[in-house]
Design a protein around this ligand. Structure first.
Ligand code: PPY
Length: 281
């Protein structure tokens, strides 16, 4: 059976994305739950799984840097992206939020619910967790005067004395997840499907116009870029990796030509082409 590792325990948003991916494939999968995003990535590096599903970008919080940085140092490819709506609720057994003394919240969820958390008593002890279901489980173990921020789907309406819905800063909150593989298997492309391609350019030979030249390889071929991220090489100030997402498939002639041009002059990696996700309702 194909092993697919994701952020656990069962029922995290990453697990929901994993279930969606598995339901769309013909194969049988064995879902393995890791206890942190770093553990998911380590398990891929150590051949403990063939596929991984991880969050990469949140609508308001932006990119998850631990995942971006891993692309630079490891050999992983992108097979699919999945876009999920994200909704958080606060739960507690204290009826009145004033009586809450401790709050369990996942580290990415904290940023997505920052306005709500800021409106709570500043003396509340925040306990950062690795996943939203870890927040729920820690709360269930502690209860008393604690509370947790959890995915709204993970709880029933009348399970707790206090439940406040829609506590994410943005109503339209969404997260983009990636299905990652160790091999860059190029799928057959269809003209009616929109694709994206991701590359990394490594700035190990900096010169004036370095980024401009890379961008012009795309702009002169009318290729649309959907995001550019720079991440520090962590060796020196002023040295960066550039992660670039673009519209289209690497097998399209203009994209192939742009990538070949960049590859002939720079150190780069092609992380693959995949179907552009639509929001999963
Ligand atoms: O903890 C989860 O449920 C995750 O899958 C990570 C995450 C955290 C916040 C928003 C989306 C995904």
């Amino acid at each position: 059976m194909i092993r697919i590792v994701t952020l656990g325990p069962k029922n995290t948003y990453s697990d929901v994305a994993t279930q969606i991916y598995c339901s769309l494939q013909e194969h049988q999968y064995n879902i393995v739950y890791a206890r942190s995003i770093t553990n998911v990535l380590d398990m891929m590096d150590n051949n403990q799984a063939e596929l991984a599903v991880l969050p990469i970008e949140n609508l308001s919080e932006g990119y998850i840097s631990v995942v971006l940085d891993h692309f630079i140092k490891s050999k992983l490819y992108i097979k699919k992206e999945i876009l999920l709506p994200i909704k958080f609720s606060l739960i507690s057994n204290k009826k009145n939020p004033v009586d809450i003394k401790k709050l369990f919240v996942q580290f990415v969820a904290k940023g997505q619910c920052s306005k709500f958390i800021d409106s709570m008593d500043a003396k509340i002890e925040l306990v950062l967790t690795e996943s939203n279901i870890e927040s729920l489980n820690l709360f269930l173990k502690n209860r008393g005067n604690s509370a947790a921020i959890v995915p709204t789907y993970a709880i029933n309406d009348d399970e707790f004395n206090l439940k406040i819905n829609n506590i994410n800063d943005f109503k339209n909150n969404q997260t983009r997840f990636l299905v990652l593989t160790k091999e860059n298997n190029i799928d057959i492309i269809s003209p009616d499907i929109d694709y994206k391609t991701t590359i990394i350019v490594i700035d190990d030979n900096d010169y004036p116009g370095f980024l401009g030249n890379i961008l012009s390889s795309f702009s002169k071929r009318k290729i649309n870029l959907t995001s550019i991220n720079s991440r520090p090489t962590k060796g020196d100030f002023g040295k960066y990796y550039f992660l670039i997402d673009l519209d289209g498939h690497m097998m399209e002639e203009n994209i192939k030509a742009a990538i070949n041009e960049i590859n002939s002059k720079h150190n780069m990696k092609n992380l693959g082409s995949y179907i552009k996700a639509k929001l999963h309702k």
